[in-house]
Ligand binder design. Structure first.
Ligand SMILES: C[S@@+](CC[C@H](N)C(=O)[O-])C[C@H]1O[C@@H](n2cnc3c(N)ncnc32)[C@H](O)[C@@H]1O
Length: 152
């Protein structure tokens, strides 16, 4: 099953990017990262709607969609791993993880998402969310394969 991470904004070199890459490299194949950015000077609801459009345009047909959202569901790592396993076992080819911009996700993303996933109710910087997500994907892989990285 292919993993796509679509995110608003361009990563700059730095510790968040290093951490993100470090966890991605452990996965085979590694998740594909697609970055989107609106160049026009939009703001507020218009910007959110446009960013939603750009994120949704990256989706492979039929992908399961997980939108990272602080107001989403707070599930454990094992539940997360099992959800990925269930999608894989039901024939799903692609899972896409969508990370929003400074104002969060537009309605179109929320409506398309199969899961709104929260990493807790606090707001994390979006570049750190990439690294947290990559770590949880590696942890999910460890859970499903019995790798000792994850201690139950
Ligand atoms: C700076 S945050 C945006 C915060 C914005 N106030 C909101 O309501 O989403 C940028 C992106 O990081 C991700 N993010 C930040 N904190 C998160 C959390 N606790 N759980 C899941 N995703 C989070 C989301 O994808 C969000 O769109």
């Amino acid at each position: 099953m292919r993993l796509l991470i679509a995110a608003v904004g361009k990563a700059k070199a730095g510790p968040e990017q290093d951490l993100f890459r470090q966890y991605c490299r452990r996965l085979s194949p590694p998740p594909v990262l697609k970055e989107v950015e609106e160049k026009r000077p939009l703001a507020g609801p218009q910007l959110k709607a446009r960013e939603a459009e750009l994120l949704l345009a990256t989706l492979p047909e039929g992908a399961k969609v997980v939108a990272l959202d602080e107001k989403g569901r707070d599930i454990g790592s094992v539940d997360f791993a099992h959800r990925l396993r269930d999608w894989r076992d039901s024939g799903c080819q692609d899972v896409a993880f969508l990370i929003g911009g400074a104002d969060g996700h537009g309605d179109a993303v929320r409506e398309r998402a199969d899961l709104l996933l929260s990493f807790g109710r606090m707001t994390w910087p979006h570049m750190l969310v990439r690294a947290l997500l990559a770590e949880q994907l590696w942890r999910a892989h460890s859970i499903l394969t019995g790798h000792p990285y994850h201690r139950p």
